[in-house]
Design a protein around this ligand. Structure first.
Ligand code: FES
Ligand code: FE2
Length: 463
């Protein structure tokens, strides 16, 4: 470590051995530039304060200064496909009614009756009018006032001022976002360059086929950060090291709001190559319980001089092309195999690539000590209409993710249990910490540094 520090500037050191550049150069298909080019910058090496995770005062500043000013992933199109469909999205004390409009657009209103303050809706549904269950004040789905019962007693109210207060709402690729405060970047500006990069992968509509969640005893940032680097795999997920380049992948940061990690399918640099040939690596991947739907009736043979990565890439292109009825011949090995995990500030994590995709969302539930962690699996929509998504299955306290292995797959469920096992102990540790500091790797943890750098911009006093 000392040697590297004396030779290289901070942030310039990389994992010895096979690099992402080596793997990208060996890919069997031309690599899109955004996958082959590094987008890293050194953002400092200062420790983070443990109070950022545990202090109610810090949490209150997030609630006041950050959350109202960011685009929050609130729902998916398939949650509310038809005009009049609505969902309730809640976070950090706010409640939003997100409503599909007659023209197909979405609008978001504060879900609070303007009479005496009852929440208008408590769960998703359909309505041609939004009527408060208490005394039946009612609003049109565009938020304008429809009617007031016993209107003779409300002569002091001006109809024009009785529209439901709204929030910004917009959508991208089936994801519906809300932002409480007006102004700031548009959704597409905020998400850049993610929409441009995902355009290569998500050309057909996707729909939710699995939705599983759990409330965790940890700060929302600590939970999210468990997924913002891959190099914990050596200690935490030993069962995937045969095919996880955990410390020798790529970490990219873009602007303020998006970062991205590639954990390539290759032997972990923490494993000795001796006795672990390419066929062995391919076999472990092929037989891993969570690795998609490759045709298992046909053996997977790495040809002489070939690599596990290229052989698996070829099989994946062929099997998934058949499964989806689309041509994936142009897809790189990377896009068929690797973990391509994006983080959108502050709490949304979509996975890229051509295969069925995951997305994660992390919300304080309801305070700095608890998080609602949601996992969705998206699949290509069959036909024109979006199938209704399954209801969110919430795991009980003490119930492991493998209890949902029937829908998540055994491999993913086991990995999630390992990750979650860490984060609750991280939070307990941060509360107990004597020196109140966390240290970050300059490259391996850059996405976490990037997140906190942006958070600080939102928390800073602005004129
Ligand atoms: S509180 Fe909603 S109508 Fe009275
Ligand atoms: Fe993990």
């Amino acid at each position: 470590m000392a040697d590297d520090r004396t030779v290289l500037p901070l942030g310039a050191a990389r994992c010895p051995g096979v690099s992402w550049d080596d793997l990208a150069a060996a890919d069997s298909r031309p690599m899109p530039e955004f996958l082959s080019t590094e987008s890293y910058r050194y953002l400092g090496s200062e420790p983070l304060s443990a109070d950022r995770y545990t202090d109610p005062g810090f949490f209150a500043r997030e609630v006041e200064r950050m959350w109202p000013n960011v685009w929050q992933y609130a729902a998916r199109d398939e949650d509310m496909p038809e005009p009049g469909d609505f969902i309730v999205y809640e976070n950090v004390g706010r409640s939003y009614l997100v409503v599909r409009q007659a023209d197909g657009s979405v609008r978001a209103f504060h879900n609070v009756c303007l009479h005496r303050g009852r929440k208008l809706k408590t769960e998703a549904g359909w309505a041609n009018r939004i009527t408060c269950p208490y005394h039946a004040f009612s609003w049109n789905t565009d938020g304008t006032l429809h009617s007031i019962p016993c209107a003779w007693d409300f002569g002091h109210l001006d109809r024009a001022q009785m529209s439901l207060p709204d929030a910004q709402a917009d959508s991208w690729a089936g994801y519906i976002f809300v932002k409480e405060n007006p102004g700031g970047p548009s959704l597409l500006e905020y998400l850049a360059p993610l929409p441009e990069q995902f355009a290569r992968w998500r050309q057909a509509p996707m729909t939710t086929t699995v939705h599983v969640a759990k409330v965790l005893n940890a700060n929302w940032k600590a939970v999210m950060e468990a997924f913002m680097e891959a190099w914990h795999s050596t200690a935490t997920h030993p069962q995937i090291l045969a095919f996880t380049g955990d410390a020798n992948g790529r970490n990219n940061i873009f602007g303020d709001h998006v970062n991205f990690g590639i954990a390539p399918v290759t032997l972990s640099p923490s494993l000795d190559r001796k006795g672990r040939d390419e066929q062995w690596q391919a076999d472990v991947y092929f037989n891993f319980a969570g690795r998609g739907r490759l045709n298992r009736d046909e053996p997977l043979i790495v040809p002489p001089g070939g690599t596990a990565r290229a052989t698996l890439g070829e099989r994946s292109r062929r099997d998934y092309s058949r499964l989806y009825g689309i041509d994936l011949d142009h897809a790189t090995d990377c896009e068929m195999l690797d973990s391509l995990f994006y983080s959108v500030f502050p709490n949304f994590g979509p996975w890229g690539g051509f295969k069925p995709n995951l997305d994660y969302r992390f919300r304080p539930w309801p305070d700095q000590d608890h998080t609602l962690f949601e996992v969705r699996i998206l699949s290509r929509a069959q036909g024109q209409a979006l199938d209704p998504p399954p209801p969110m299955r919430v795991l009980a306290q003490g119930e492991p993710w493998v209890a949902a292995a029937d829908v998540l797959g055994q491999g993913l469920a086991e990995v999630l249990d390992q990750d979650v096992g860490n984060v609750e102990q991280v939070h307990a540790g941060l509360r107990a910490s004597k020196n109140r500091r966390l240290q970050l790797g300059n490259y391996l943890d850059i996405r976490i540094r990037h997140f906190h750098t942006t958070l600080d911009k939102y928390l800073a006093d602005r004129p």
